[in-house]
Structures are given as structure tokens and as C-alpha cells.
Design a binder for this molecule. Sequence first.
Ligand code: FES
Ligand code: MG
Length: 587
Amino acid sequence: GPAGEAGAPSERSGRQAETLRSHQWYGTEGLRTFSHRARTRQLGYLPEEHLGKPVIAILNTWSDINPCHQHLRERAQAVKRGVWQAGGFPLEFPVATLSETFQKPTPMLYRNLLAMETEELLRSYPVDGVVLMGGCDKTTPALMMGAASADLPAVFVPAGPMLRGHWRNETLGSGTDMWKYWDEKRAGRIGDREMGELENGLARSPGTCMTMGTASTMTSAVEALGLTIPGAAAIPAVDSGHERMAAAAGLRIVGLVNEGVTLSRYLTRDAYEDAITTVLSLGGSTNAVIHLIAMAGRSQVDIDLDDFDRIARKVPVLADVRPGGRFLMEDFYYAGGLPGLLARLGEAGLLHLDRPTITHATMREQLAGALVHDDEVIRPLDNPAAEQGGLAVLRGNLAPDGAVIKHISAEPHLHRHTGPAVVFDDYRTMQRTINDPELNITKDHVLVLRGSGPLGGPGMPEYGMLPIPDYLLKEGVTDMVRLSDARMSGTSYGACVLHIAPESHVGGPLALVQNGDLITLDVEARVLRLEVDDEELARRRAAWTPPPERYGRGYGALYQEHITQADTGCDFAFLSRPGEVPEPYAG
Ligand code: FES
Ligand code: MG
């Protein structure tokens, strides 16, 4: 018969086959091993194709319904190419796709589900190393959380941003310009024809949102952690460089397995601090606050809101990318991408450069030749887009456990503001009534949305950029102070106070706000205050009744019982706590 059919265990090569995790499945002498070998023959592989070689799982979040990942099905072939070249044995695992655009109520509800799937697949199968393929918002933190808990050798392959949007000779940013032109339509300045053209031009290639939304913020954070091929995060999804990066990741993961280096080597406090610095310098998405706290929690590294505020005060915003700035990810890539930006942060002494990365080189060595080719897109240290990182952590009687605001995307006159509250108990009520002139909302009012946190939403939907009432838009009002226990899309903007903790659903003070109460926002002082005295608040608290539980069964019930609040990352408590998980018995 064909070569190899008679392959016996003694013929196995591989200098460290016995030390591979997959050896437990393939290398011992028992009945189970015979069965695993027979079933691998059933898959069509010769013994020489895999025995003794590192098994590399490729976790792929590709799906027909995820436009951000539509190229990943094909891209996995490039990863496999690299794995084969390096002497590994690649196996692709399709995992849950979390499509920010389509999944309701929000993919945030399912981030921890993908994290669990990631961890448990890696544990339960014969896997020696893993390549994680994701990018659309929640997929990156989910894959990272699960992989950090499984603690195998790992390389991340970011999906990469889509090309710039185009409309009538204008450049369009996904999300950001969708909101903008939707407001133009609501104000009657453009019509159906224009909307039809915009529909065609907004997102015109595979890839993640090409603004500095949650996708590019999080893939950049993972690159800053040192877990990608250098420069990977900004490569446009359809650039041939993206395919080469995928092949390089396949080559490198086999090396990591042979060296026996697992993720925990890289996921140190220094690395997470640098990821925060990077996110802030990118003017990145507020979602990163929740995700990085959750990821660090899986590494048993204690990162909290105060770390973000402390780091934000010393980190300039260097990326001039929308929604905070002018350009798009494609421009950022041509300007030098993340290595260019990191090199500048390194020069300023803002990074821990002697950290190891998956390339073998330290971050310092990795960034040695990095250049910036366009100072408009990646600003020099002496001409930053903003002097301080774009994020502030607010506290006060309305947010005892904190809240965040991305103040660089808010109109400066609102950084310090006191105004009367207009309260909406949930998103649907807000949608129904926001444009009702009877509410008499003025530009000085503070729009308050509750019932939108981790439990209330559920899943903290991206409701935080509450719409400005039509009649105020027509008067030319472009920003207002808005508060919620929700998140906000990374592509959104405005004076939106987000992630208020504890959320209203669990009785946080947000639940006690009434129409007309004065609320003070003071970004400089980091204060969010309800101007109502303690006695009155105590009276209101005594009269407050918790909402009924939403889920009687299913994943929602699991979520409801274990989800933590925004300030601790919205992980499930049983996933983030320290503890041992035994390896399965495979023989
Ligand atoms: Fe997928 Fe924005 S919708 S990255
Ligand atoms: Mg988004």
C-alpha cells in the first residue's frame, strides 16, 4: 500500500515528540492511541504527516455572516502553509463567530462563551500550540481570554482592517460615518439616493472596521502584548502582506512549541500596562477598558480602572485616526503602522521595552528599525493629536465603582457641565420618546439611559451614544452630555459617560436618578455627581425594587448568575478566579 500505512510507533521522528502534549493522544501504546491514529487515517493523513509533530490548532472565527472575517477561511490556508513548512501539523477548528454587526442583543453577551469554547477546545483536544484568528470586536478578547487560561504556546492573527470607504470622492469610515450620515438624513440634508450610494461605499472589502474602533484597538493591544508577527494589526485584510503575515504566524507557532514557551511568559503586568499605553495612544475604543481588565484577570494580573486613568494622564494620543482623528487604518498602515507608533512611545520612555515577544526578539529589538512615514497620521511626540490619553475614569456618588469617558471625542465645553437629567429607563423607551417635543430637552440637559449594563442590557449593548433629539440637531447642536451603564461603539463619539458601575439593574445609584435632578460632569476633577443629598437618595433606595430575572434557563441564565460588573471586566466569576484545571486523561 501507500507509504506509511504500516507506520509503527517506533518509526516516529521528532526530537521532542515525547514531551508534546499531543503525545498523550498519539504516542502511547494503548487502545485509545490506536483509535486516535486510526481516526487520523480516516481524516486522510499519513502517519509521517503528523506523528511526532506539534499539533497546531487554528481557531478560526470565520463565518458566512461575519463580513469582517470573510477572508479568514482562505487565510487559514496560509497559516497551514507556514505550519507545514516548519514541520508542524495544522488542524483548523471553526469556533463561534461573534459578528458585531449582526448578533443581537450584542456579541458582548457571548464574549465569555467564545472564551470558554476557546479554552475548552484547547484543553480537550490534542493541541500543542494555537493560532488564534479573529478581529471583529469581541472575538479578540474572547480568544485571548480563553487562550490565556489554557496557557499553551499561541500566536494571534488579526483579521486586519477593511479598505477605506468611499463615497463621491470622499473617504468614509465605517461606523463613524454611518452615524454622521444617518444624522444628516435625519436633519433632512441628504435623501434616499445618497443613502443608497453610501450603503455601497461604506464597507467595500473584507476586514474589520477601518476606524480605530474596538477591532483595531484590540488587535493593536494584542500586538503590543507581543503576541503577533510585528506590524500585523494594521495590515489591511486584503493586502497580500496579510497572507504573508498569516504564513509567518504558522511558521512561528511551531517554533514556540519547540521552545516550549506558553502565553503566560508574555502576559505580564508590564505587557498589560504597555497594551493600555498603546490603546490610549491610539485614541482607541472605550471597550478596551473592559476587555483588557478581563484579559489581565485571566493572567492573574491585577489591572483596574485606576491603571487606565493613571496611564492616560501621561500618554499622548499619537494616532490621528477616526473617530477621534482624521485618518483611517489604511492610512495608519502606510504611515508605519503600530511598530511606528510603538517606536515613538518607546522613545518617550512610555513602554517596557525589554519584554519578550513571540518573535524571540524583545520589544526593543523588534522596534529597532521601525519608522514613521507620515507625521500627520502618526504624530511626533512634540506634536501629538492630544497631550493626554483620550480616556478618563470618573467617580462620585453616581458611579461609586467608576465610569469612563473618552473626552477627546467630546466637545471641550462639555468637559465641565452641570445640567438637569432626562431619564430613560431602557433603550426602547428612549428610542420611542427621544424626539418627542413634549420632553422639552435643551442642549444643557443631561441624557440618562439606564437598564443597559451587563445584566440590564443584557450584555452592555453599545447604546451609550444616545441620539441627540431631532429638533436639537436641526438647531445645530452636535454634542450633549449623556450617561449610561452601557458601552459605546469604538467608532462612536461625543460627551458620553459610559460603563457606570454598579449598573442600575443591580441597584447602582443610576437607578435612583429622577427627571430634573442636577448632574455634574467634571472631567478635569474626574467627577460624576448626582446633586441630590444622601437622605433623599436613601429614601429613593428604600423604595427601589430590583427588576425580575430575565432568563429562566439556558446560556442567559448562566450569564445572569455569573457575570461581573464593568469595572472588573464582565468576565464570569468562575472563569477569572485563580484555580487549577486538571489535564484530561487521554490514554
Ligand atoms: Fe466587525 Fe466593526 S463590525 S469590526
Ligand atoms: Mg465596534
